[in-house]
Design a binder for this molecule. Sequence first.
Ligand code: ADP
Length: 171
Amino acid sequence: MTQPLIGVYPGTFDPVTNGHMDIIVRSTRVVDQLIVAIAGNDGKGPLFPVEERVAMLEDEIASITNGDGSKIKVMSFDILLMDFVGSVGASVILRGLRAVSDFEYEFQMAGMNARLNPKVETVFLMASDRNQFISSRFVKEIGRLGGDIGHFVPPRIKTRLTERFAREREG
Ligand code: ADP
């Protein structure tokens, strides 16, 4: 029997957006097993601690898989991505590509990762046009200023963000 193809979809997911969910669904059509890998508290200063980001993603994945989430796993990692990929036996990294702005960063990262482990391929996927432009960064900016983020994130994430910003405003 051939080995199952394991893929890792890494990112910050601070918080998960409809764009990320779109890429997750597409990724499951490409690999047999998908590990959504959440980078720990890195230099970007995430809004949500990693445990909360994991919990949020698990909830959203449970809602799209009707409880059968065996194909998708959420994990956090704090080591070099290529070491993490090796430790879970994955041979593919999945990344989403938005507009031209993502290209240079993704190009460099894929190139350098390929040097670190030439056996692992990076595969780029595009979200549907309605989700393509969404970024966690702008979701946070819009939410913080009281804009409607309901078009960009799943309902539970909208609630979490709204509560979070309300607390911030109360100081
Ligand atoms: P990072 O922290 O690496 O900047 P994110 O955690 O926001 O990125 O996202 C992880 C991956 O998901 C990246 O490959 C990013 O390009 C992709 N992604 C995020 N939002 C979208 C979207 N709306 N459409 C397609 N890909 C996306």
